[in-house]
Design a protein around this ligand. Sequence first.
Ligand code: HEC
Ligand code: HEC
Length: 258
Amino acid sequence: MSQINRRRAFTSLGMIGGATLFAGCKEAGLGVATAQSPAVPLWNYVKLNSGEVADRTYRMYPEGGCMYSVVGGVLGALADKVGEPFRSFPIEMMRYGDGGVGGCGSLCGVINGGSALIGMFHNEKPKEQREAMIAELVVWYETTPLPHYKPAKPEWANDAIPSISGSILCHLSTGKWCEASGCEAFSMEKKERCRRLAADGASKLVELLNHDFDGVPILGELTPKVQSCIDCHGKQEMGNAMVKMNCASCHSFEGEHP
Ligand code: HEC
Ligand code: HEC
């Protein structure tokens, strides 16, 4: 395991020459090394129950917030099912994602944690599958009225009215909800909303991972509106905007687009 990790670390540091560092060792790639040591536990996904994971995420939220509970909900369920290596994953590190990364209001921890898990199970060099899965999660988050999850025993507020975030940025997503609910950003009602949203996110992620496990194609299509902007501003054409987030959350044109 440690050898694999070291080799992975070298690759991720961009040290392609890592192969020469290990000159003399026959195993050239991960697959070979793994085949030689079948006892090594692997970070492989097995199918989970999305409802159970949602409940678990809701329960865990008070210990560390959105990103922590999304990652902890999924990996905890995997640890129960298959044990190591999931049991040893340091989920505490994921507390940093709370409040859009340390309270900065940037990327929502539900997307950050969900994407980290997608990255765990799809860490391959071609990035298409990983990006498609992340896009699927992002579009769902931006366009779905959330939270949808209803806890058996609400702890911080009885209700959390759903709103459409329009953005994966914590600041904007929370702002939209505050507008819709009339509650303050630091209220218990808002914390309850984010707690349920984390449960929704973990559940959505598990559905996505289950589909992926079953070989259902995941297209990761953007909304037609955003896609139309990217058709002109993206890589193929003008190339002046590397972004898939909902453009309208920041760019609104009075009348005609220039
Ligand atoms: C048919 C192609 C096309 C489409 C579709 C399109 N744009 Fe543009 N966009 C342009 C062109 C051309 C410019 C002007 C570039 C310039 O003047 O340098 C522009 C300019 C912009 C600018 C800069 C405006 C400024 O004040 O400098 C923004 C922001 C922008 N577009 C966002 C969007 C968004 C968001 C969408 C989708 C709702 C979109 N565009 C759709 C072609 C397009
Ligand atoms: C989170 C906010 C945000 C989102 C979402 C966003 N943008 Fe922007 N965009 C900005 C800001 C801020 C600027 C810089 C504006 C400036 O410099 O005046 C910018 C600049 C641009 C420019 C001008 C670039 C240039 O150098 O001329 C284009 C084109 C653009 N965005 C297109 C898009 C498109 C297309 C999308 C959606 C796919 C999008 N943006 C999503 C915030 C955003």
